[in-house]
Design a protein. Sequence first.
Length: 630
Amino acid sequence: MKRDENQTVEYKESWHDKYLEWVCGYANAKGGTLYIGIKDGTKRPVGVKNPNKLMEDIPNSIRNTMGIVADVSLLKKQGKDVIRIKVRASTFPVSYQGRFHYRTGAVKMMLTGPALTQFLMEKSGQQWDSVPCSGGHRASDFTFIALKNRYQAASGEKLTKDDLLSFGLVTETGIMTNTGALMADESPISHSRVFCTRWNGLNMTAGVMDAADDREYSGGLLQLLKYAEDFVRLHSRRAWHKRPTDRVNFREYPERSIQEMLINGLVHRDYLETGSEVHVDIFDDRIEITSPGGMPGERKVQEYANICRIPSRRRNKCLADVFERLDLMERKGSGFKKLYEDYEKLSVNLGKRMPSLESESDYFRVTLPNLLYGFTDEQLVAAVDNSEYGVANDTAKADKTHHDTHHDTHHDTHHDTHHDNPVVDAKVSKVLHALKDAPLSMSNLLRSMNLRDRATLREDYLRPCFKLGYVELTLPGARQSRFQQYRLTELGAMVAKTGLPATEESPEKSPQSATSNRETDRETNRETDRCEVAVQDGSVVGKREDGGSQESSQESSQENSIAELSPGARKAYEMIIADERITAAVIAKSVGVSNRMVFKYISELRRLGLRHEGATKSGRWVFDGRGGAK
């Protein structure tokens, strides 16, 4: 015999009933052939005893135990009787003694847990993401604000109830499919989560304080994508260097690659693995994005010689189709190709570092190297000067004229690698100062800036900040959410830290002038502000006679206290600020933790003066005048 054992061929010296498991495995996989009477290893025919009896017993055993028919033949090999059992791939699941076996590679395995569920669904022509979700949740009980906003932005059309049905998000009876449940703003699928961690050093055990920051996010996939992107952006360094005719951007990680691989992990993960979640681990020299479930099929991703030629196979076809409609994916499966293009062509990659892919049966991992790790600013600048790298910049000539006398010095070159000091007006500066430490809701931003009118804040203060790219929404896909807040972008944070100009109350104005201006303003508004009560979002804020907020003197200490809270307690704080009547059960469901854990968060918040008034379900949260819901 010249044929070696492989995925479809097996040799056995003699027949035993346990080999019916191999027959079952072949039927559930791609089919195969089992030779009886050939010595394994040497492939030398040794023959079988009682061949006529076996020719009768083997077909009957296969039919009686598994309900399938195999082609059993008696052959002569070197004068020896050899039995050949040819098994065709079955279109339905085949079990032997109540167990499902599967042939993969050169081994036989018994299917259990998620692998069995996936196998049974595939054999029955179903996909996990297209069947009704567990619990029978109705779409009418959930909101899809983020999905609707993203769809309108991508297509220019409004998402209708008919679209939810045609896209496979709901059934005709109004029950959400698993895809619909994953796209809901508050997903009922508890293991739809992302764990993000910024580790100290190059591994998970770098020192006593291993993790510099860690967050656990749960909810709809669009929210998870945004949260994970924000976490990576928060812990990634960006810089630029101006040259005479253009500007070179330095990025630790290409933004498109981050988004593509996060989407890959969220959309193509194995959701039958209910005890797992997507992990984003940031180290000093790399980012690892790990998702549950290996490559669809039986090959590992590292077995492919050319990553850009990996065939596109989708585990969750309906979910992938929705992301395509949202213009977040492409049907031709070009994600890995884009990934390598970003590192080869679109990034300043001095170390010629490239991403790596790894998969096993239970996970898929993408490793993105840090493009700037190990290089000094001087090395980066020297490497790109007089090179092909560069981003066209219409203001480059003006910048060059302004900086010409200093640009050639070492100090100025080093400075330009990081930032320029922008000039912003007083109102923008006031917003940046209010948001420099933590995101704030509309009502809290009004308090912090000592304003009363929402329209004034929105038009005169926030709109210029949005145009300049200094401020963004924490929930851009859910603009009407009660949890919506405003925060600084990375550019805004940099300007707030290094580029704030003098405001009307800054030392650059004479103390006498500043005092005079404030006194004039007070006199003008004294009558209207006297004993005035401003009502904002159902919260009552008392005003002093001088027009100042009673809470303004506590703002700094309150922000410091909030910064010291655990991530879960901060999330609970934000939800309580947004809705003073929210219950612990709702917080637990939104954050994705137990009620007991929420009580621990509340214990932390008591340091900020949190207390509860009234009945458990109909009462409200009060912060004793220290910056919370009143």
